[in-house]
Ligand binder design. Sequence first.
Ligand code: ATP
Ligand code: MG
Length: 645
Amino acid sequence: MSDPVIPVPPTAAKDTNCSASDYRDLYNHSLEKSERFWLDQADRLDWIKRPTVAGNWSYAPKVDIKWFEDGQLNACWNCVDRHAVATPDKTALIFEPDDPASDGRRFTYAQLKDEVARFANVMKTLGVARGDRVTIYMPMVPEAVFAMLACARIGAVHSVVFGGFSPHALRDRIEDCESDFLVTADIGKRGGKTVPLKQNVDAALSETPRVKSVLVVQVGDGSAAMTDGRDHWLHDVSAGVDNDCPCAPMEAEDPLFILYTSGSTGKPKGVLHTTGGYLLWTAMTFAYGFDHRDDDLFFCTADVGWITGHSYVAYGPLANGATQLIFEGVPNYPANDRFWQIVEKHGVTILYTAPTAIRALMADGDAPVKKHDRSSLRLLGTVGEPINPEAWRWYSDTVGEGRVPVVDTWWQTETGGIMLTTLPGAHDMKPGWAGLPMFGIEPLLVDNDGKPLEGAAEGNLCIRRSWPGQARTVYGNHARFEQTYFSTYEGLYFSGDGAKRDEHGYYRITGRVDDVLNVSGHRMGTAEIESALVLHPDVAEAAVVGFPHSVKGQGIYCYVTPNAGVDISEELEQTLRQHVRSEIGPVATPDHIHLTRALPKTRSGKIMRRILRKIAENETSSLGDTSTLADPEVVDALIAGRKGD
Ligand code: ATP
Ligand code: MG
């Protein structure tokens, strides 16, 4: 049986910037006359030197990706200064604080330019130079965006580390990208709680000699401990600098930022994006993907610590001169109507959030939503994981009153911006299905042998040709980049996701081919949690799997074998839970620690994850083929001792 199709709401179709037939023409053109298409699209940006070539790339035998390579530009100029010239009084940023009783802040494009230029001068005063990596470990305050744009302005490369990460995770990311500078805040505020960011920084830096200067934005009462000579308050340094700071002319292929993905194989993977292609891709996908109009108020709920916060908070909206709202807090503080209260208060027109938030809010029923006027909304978007059709319908019918389109956007840190979606107002929607390829994107499904599948099919999702927003490398490890994305299927970019395609060419993502957990929208490699567990002196071995969790999407189930001579005890369970929490961060806190004397293994010694997943999911009647197990009794013992309800 095929899934139902929801027609475009007629009011939304009326004045969309791209109709269904425009899409077809433009899509065909983007593939058939690719060079022309991209050089025309490049007009979305201001170039210091216009590029004369678009793509110059190869996926085999070596991976080498370049776009607009003879062009020069500055990303900050494109996101800030050019709008400060053209529309100085237009609001760029509206800041909504965690506590609704606190004062918010607003910045016009002219004010944004002053803030960013001053921030850039502060960084220069501390010695930051072109090409230097700057780690940004911040709460969701405007200064997080200023810091990113200030780096872009002077040609420094930012590496934003999510403020919920632990000191260890921060230290690893600082060391991996060899960054000598850190921008942080004394504290962060989230859901009425205080996050001790500066304390975490001190703990991280006590374990690495790397960082020379720490710039601290004051969010709390200013009582944070400061290390003489190393730590500087932003307000102290900025008192001595002006807001006149030129935008450095950058080559299109100069690095713009590094962002670590959750790292399914344990060691964090620093995905590197460059200036021209990434910026053009985020600018174009924002314009089409959200059908952006001048009077929109765009609200993306993602933290700047994730790619969504890079592409659709820092870069895409600002490159389009849009007005956007950034929110410090969480959806359920002080109450579970916070998003809708913000929508009403500011007149949000486009809301972009994640399925985990939608599911959590849906669990609280319709009343908190209906309490607020949502008539300003004209588009809803989702990203981050497959959205189940029930949540999609609730989002569409309850939040959107059935009158606004919903776009389900599939993309990745490595793709830089939206790859698959329906265009609002142009395409019918299919709950659970992301939709059609963005311009220039040629998706392909292949079977496990790499054979391309035609028509309606299910397989491994690959992309055939390069696009401007594609990541260029893994920082400091190009071999890993080639190995991870280009070695599975020759000549193709492999996303790592599985997908289905229907007879209309719509795609539905079925999940990762490998094992990565998605806990409340936070992605974590099972291997990263396993690595943390085995760091503990009492632990011999660990295998981590996910299981369905009604609120978090996925919960974390850890099978742990203690060292010989170590007792299996509840106390040890508690200790290990705390241990993972402090190694990786609160989002990684295990739901269940299942201590066991043995794990099911194949005869060649590999852990049978498939079986562990079934047990965690309580699907023990369908364990599948167990004939390759070295010791089948282990499985019975695990079933008997299963944790959870
Ligand atoms: P790592 O690569 O280290 O495992 P990650 O893949 O979790 O990290 P992201 O780049 O943030 O980090 O997530 C991209 C992944 O999220 C996609 O590959 C896909 O599995 C999932 N995803 C994102 N958007 C959607 C969507 N709209 N529908 C289904 N899945 C989605
Ligand atoms: Mg990934």
